[in-house]
Design a binder for this molecule. Structure first.
Ligand code: C5P
Length: 399
C-alpha cells in the first residue's frame, strides 16, 4: 500500500484502543495515515498515541483553540484515497445515515471524494436493534462498504455479534479495496524510470554535476508502484531511497552507466519515463590522479554524452515513452522539437521561471504536450500530485 493515503476516523467505543494496531499495520505497509477522532473517542484512546503512531497531527475539533488554525474537512476529503471509520459507534452510524454534521468527522464524511469503509462495533443488543440494521442498510445503499462486526466476547461481558473486526481483517479489506481498483493499464506493467543527476568525473575527487534532487522521478516511481506496476528505477547520485515490493533500484553515477542500465531493461518494458537531468557533456579524459593547481587558467575538454532518451526512442517498439523538458525560454517550441527528435509519445514540460517548480523543490508546475498535438496545463502541485497527473495522462493516452 505504498503511498496510499488512508484517513482513519475513530469514534467513541471501547474497540478504539485496537486502532493503534491498525495504524501500525498501515504504516508498515508504506501507507500514509491521518486520523480524525470524535471528541468522545479520546476517552478510549489518547490522541497522543494516535498522532505518534500515524506521524501526523490528529483532527478532533473544527478549529484548534491554541493557535487559531482550523481543520479543513474539505482538505481531508480531497487528501484521502479512502476513509475508514473504525470503530463506528451506533451514535455516529445514525448521524451518518441522517446526514447530521455536528463534528469534524461527520463533516469530513460528507466532504469525502473517495469511498468510505466502516467497521461498526457495539454491544450485541445495539447491533441487533432494527434501527442499527436500518442505518447500515441506508449507508450501504449510499455506497459505503461495511466490514461487519464479528462474534465473540464483548466488553460488557456478554457474548454475541458486535465486536469490531480485528485490525488484521480491516487491513486486508483495505488492501482488497485498492487491489480491485488498480488500473489494468498500469497493474503488472513494467516501467523504467530515470531520475536524479549524473556525475561526470574530472579526476578521482571532482566531477561535473547538477542540482537535480531526483524527487520527481522517485515520486513517479512511488505512484507507479502504488498502482501495481513493476518498476526499474535508474537513479543517478541522490540522497533519496525507496524500498518496495516490485521495485528494482539501480544506482548509477555517469550518463554512460545510466545508458547501460536502461539498455539492459528497455526491451522488456511497457513504459519509459525519463526524468533524469543527464549531463550533456563529460570530460574527454578523466585524470587518474587529483589534478594539481598550477596555471592561472585551466580548461577541460568536454565531449558529448549519449542521449539516453533518444536511444530509447530510436529503439522503441510498442512502448510508451515519456520525456521531460526543462527550459528557460521558448518552452513549447523546444519541447515540440524534442518530442519529434526523440520519438516520444508525450513530453512533460517545466520551466525554471515558475516559482517553486523544478530542481530541488517539493512542488512542480507542468504542462504536457503529446504526439497528437494535445496540450494540457496543470496547476502548481506537490511532486506526488504531479506524478499522479503524469500517470493519469498515460492511462488515458492512446497511441
Ligand atoms: O535534450 P534535453 O536534455 O533537454 O532533454 C531532456 C530529456 O531527455 C529528459 O527527459 C532527460 O531525462 C532526457 N535526456 C537523456 N539523456 C541525455 C539528455 C537528456 O535521457 N543525455
Amino acid at each position: 500500500m505504498q503511498g496510499k493515503r488512508i484517513l482513519l476516523g475513530i469514534t467513541g467505543g471501547i474497540a478504539a484502543y485496537k486502532i493503534a494496531f491498525l495504524i501500525r499495520l498501515l504504516k508498515k505497509s508504506g501507507a500514509e495515515v491521518k486520523c480524525i477522532m470524535t471528541p468522545a473517542s479520546s476517552d478510549f484512546i489518547s490522541p497522543l498515541v494516535v498522532s505518534t503512531l500515524s506521524e501526523n497531527p490528529v483532527g478532533i475539533e473544527f478549529w484548534n483553540k491554541d493557535d487559531g488554525t482550523w481543520n479543513n474537512h474539505v482538505d481531508y476529503g480531497l487528501w484521502a484515497d479512502i476513509f475508514v471509520i473504525a470503530p463506528l459507534t451506533a451514535n455516529t452510524l445514525s448521524k451518518m445515515a441522517s446526514g447530521s454534521c455536528d463534528n469534524l468527522l461527520l463533516a469530513t464524511y460528507l466532504s469525502m471524494k473517495s469511498n468510505t469503509v466502516i467497521a461498526p462495533a457495539m454491544d450485541l443488543d445495539m447491533y441487533a436493534h432494527p434501527t442499527t440494521a436500518r442505518n447500515l442498510t441506508q449507508l450501504e445503499s449510499d455506497g459505503v462498504e461495511i466490514i461487519p462486526a464479528e462474534d465473540g466476547q464483548l466488553a460488557s461481558g456478554l457474548e454475541g455479534t458486535g465486536r469490531m473486526a480485528e485490525p488484521e481483517t480491516i487491513f486486508s479489506k483495505i488492501e482488497d479495496y485498492f487491489e480491485s481498483r488498480k488500473d489494468p493499464k498500469i497493474k503488472g506493467k513494467k516501467v523504467v524510470i530515470t531520475a536524479g543527476p549524473t556525475y561526470e568525473n574530472i579526476d578521482p575527487v571532482r566531477f561535473i554535476g547538477n542540482h537535480s534532487s531526483g524527487k520527481m522521478g522517485f515520486a513517479i516511481a512511488e505512484k507507479f508502484l502504488a498502482d501495481g506496476a513493476e518498476v526499474v528505477l535508474v537513479a543517478g547520485p541522490t540522497k533519496l531511497n525507496l524500498e518496495a515490493p516490485g521495485l528494482k533500484l539501480l544506482r548509477v553515477r555517469s550518463a554512460e552507466e545510466m545508458l547501460a542500465a536502461v539498455q539492459a531493461e528497455w526491451e522488456s518494458c511497457d513504459y519509459g519515463v525519463f526524468s533524469a537531468a543527464v549531463a550533456d557533456y563529460r570530460p574527454a579524459d578523466v585524470a587518474e590522479q587529483k589534478i594539481k593547481k598550477s596555471d592561472e587558467e585551466m580548461s577541460i575538454r568536454l565531449i558529448k554524452n549519449p542521449d539516453i532518451l533518444k536511444w530509447a526512442g530510436d529503439n522503441k517498439k510498442d512502448q510508451i515513452l515519456v520525456g521531460f523538458a526543462l527550459e528557460t525560454n521558448d518552452l513549447e517550441l523546444n519541447a515540440q522539437k524534442k518530442l519529434n527528435k526523440k520519438n516520444l509519445n508525450f513530453i512533460v514540460m517545466n520551466t525554471l521561471m515558475d516559482p517553486g517548480a523544478g530542481f530541488g523543490h517539493d512542488t512542480n508546475k507542468i504542462s504536457i504536450l503529446d504526439d497528437h498535438n494535445n496540450f494540457k496545463s496543470f496547476e502548481k502541485k506537490s511532486k506526488k500530485e504531479v506524478a499522479k497527473d503524469i500517470i493519469d495522462y498515460l492511462k488515458n493516452y492512446n497511441s
